[in-house]
Design a protein around this ligand. Structure first.
Ligand SMILES: C[S@@+](CC[C@H](N)C(=O)[O-])C[C@H]1O[C@@H](n2cnc3c(N)ncnc32)[C@H](O)[C@@H]1O
Length: 284
C-alpha cells in the first residue's frame, strides 16, 4: 500500500476533525507505526502492509477523538529521554524540565552524592532523569496512585536506574515519615484551580488524570501544604524545587516569607517568561 496516500488520508481525517497541525501529526503517527523517519514518510520511501494501514487508521480515529498523541503512542520525550506514558499518569510537560535545569545549576558536580525525594512522581520523569545525571544519588519517589507508581517503576527500569529509586505509595497531604532528611526535594504538585480546570482543552480534561491536575478550588491547596510541610523533611542547607502555577508567585512568596525555616528563596521563570518554579534553601 502507498505510504503517501495513507499519510494524506490521515491528514484529511484530522483536518475534518479540526486537529491543528494535521500534516505534522499524520506524518508523525505513520512514522511511529512504520518505525521510520517523518521525512521517509513524506518522500514515500516505503510500502505499508495492510496491518500497518489498519493500525494507522485506528490511531487516526483516536486522535480525531482528541486523545493525546502521547497516550496513543505510549511514549513521551522528556529531557531527551523516552518515557512510557499511560492514561494513569500526567503527560510530562516541557516546562517541568526547568526543575532538572535548576537542580543541575545548583548541583553542578555529577558526582554529588545524596538523597533526593520526589513528591507526586507520576510517570517518574523527575527521579529517573535525575538518576541518569547523578549516579551516586539515591531517590525516594512517592505518589498516592498505585497505577502511576507502576508506570514510574517501568520507566526506572527502562533507563536502568531502578536500583537507586525507592517507590512509595503515600498521600503527601497526610503526615509523611522518613528515616532521614533529604538533601533535595523536587515536586510538581497538582495546581490547576477549578475555574481554569473548566476551561482546559478536551484532550487534557477528557484524558489526563484529574488527580494529577486538580489543585482544589483555588489551585493552591497542595502547593501551600507542601511548602509548609516539606521543610521538616529537608536537611539544613537542603534545597526545595517546586513547580507552581504561573499566577501563584505572590502567594508562594507570602507563604515562604511567613515560614522560619527557609533562609533564601526565589521564583524562576520559564521560557515563556512566566513564573514557573520556586527554589528555596533551608536554613542551616
Ligand atoms: C502534576 S502531576 C506530576 C507528575 C510528574 N512529577 C510530572 O512532573 O510529570 C502530580 C502527581 O501528584 C500525584 N498526587 C496528587 N495528589 C497526591 C497526594 N495527595 N499525595 C501523593 N501524590 C499525589 C498525582 O497522582 C500525580 O502523579
Amino acid at each position: 500500500m502507498d505510504c503517501l496516500a495513507l499519510y494524506q488520508s490521515g491528514v484529511e481525517q484530522l483536518k475534518t476533525n479540526s486537529i491543528a497541525d494535521a500534516e505534522f501529526e499524520s506524518s508523525l503517527l505513520l512514522a511511529f507505526i512504520l518505525g521510520i523517519s517523518r521525512s521517509s514518510v513524506l518522500l514515500n520511501l516505503t510500502i505499508c502492509s495492510e496491518a500497518d494501514a489498519q493500525r494507522f487508521d485506528a490511531y487516526i480515529k483516536r486522535r480525531c477523538n482528541l486523545e493525546p498523541f502521547a497516550y496513543i503512542t505510549g511514549h513521551q520525550e522528556f529531557w531527551s529521554l523516552d518515557f512510557k506514558v499511560t492514561p494513569d499518569v500526567l503527560i510530562p510537560r516541557p516546562e517541568t524540565e526547568l526543575i532538572i535545569e535548576q537542580v543541575c545549576h545548583y548541583f553542578a558536580d555529577p558526582g554529588f552524592a545524596g538523597h533526593i525525594l520526589d513528591c507526586g512522581t507520576g510517570s517518574g520523569v523527575l527521579p529517573v532523569t535525575l538518576a541518569t545525571i547523578y549516579r551516586n544519588v539515591a531517590f525516594t519517589a512517592l505518589d498516592v496512585s498505585e497505577k502511576a507508581l507502576a508506570v514510574a517503576l517501568e520507566n526506572s527500569m527502562r533507563h536502568h536506574v531502578d536500583a537507586r529509586i525507592s517507590f512509595l505509595q503515600a498521600d503527601f497531604m497526610g503526615s509523611l515519615q522518613f528515616d532521614q532528611p533529604f538533601d533535595v526535594i523536587v515536586t510538581n504538585p497538582p495546581y490547576v484551580d477549578a475555574e481554569t480546570f473548566a476551561t482546559l482543552q478536551q484532550d487534557v480534561v477528557g484524558f489526563e488524570p484529574h488527580l494529577a491536575l486538580d489543585g482544589g478550588q483555588d489551585g493552591f491547596v497542595m502547593v501551600d501544604h507542601l511548602l509548609r510541610s516539606l521543610g521538616s523533611h529537608l536537611r539544613g542547607g537542603g534545597h526545595l524545587f517546586m513547580e507552581i502555577g504561573y499566577d501563584q508567585e505572590q502567594r508562594v512568596m507570602d507563604v515562604l516569607r511567613s515560614l522560619p525555616f527557609y533562609g533564601q528563596y526565589n521564583v524562576i521563570k520559564d521560557y515563556a517568561g512566566l513564573p514557573r518554579m520556586v527554589h528555596a534553601v533551608k536554613v542551616c
